[in-house]
Design a protein around this ligand. Structure first.
Ligand code: SF4
Length: 80
């Protein structure tokens, strides 16, 4: 018997698609080991569902989390 029903938005770790590496996501963990991906853009923009159906493969609001220790910005150019 299949017994793999879970509420929309609840997924095992690592299968959230873009949400899994988006700066707008908030991971909500349940007491039973599940987790939800809460899109914080939904607080201010109704185009984004609070709990997007995962995996999210395309999203206009996606903004990747920058790796720690890497600052964007100035670039040293050795020329002359
Ligand atoms: S903006 Fe898109 S990719 Fe980012 S958390 Fe929200 S739904 Fe997921």
């Amino acid at each position: 018997m299949m017994n793999d029903r879970r509420p929309a938005g609840q997924v095992p770790a690592g299968s959230a698609g873009l949400c899994g590496r988006c700066r707008h996501v908030q991971i909500v963990r349940t007491g039973r080991g599940g987790q939800f991906f809460l899109c914080r853009l939904s607080f201010t923009d109704p185009r984004f569902p609070r709990y997007p159906p995962t995996p999210v493969l395309r999203c206009g609001g996606f903004s990747p989390v920058e790796p720690e220790g890497e600052e964007g910005g100035e670039e040293e150019v050795d020329g002359g």
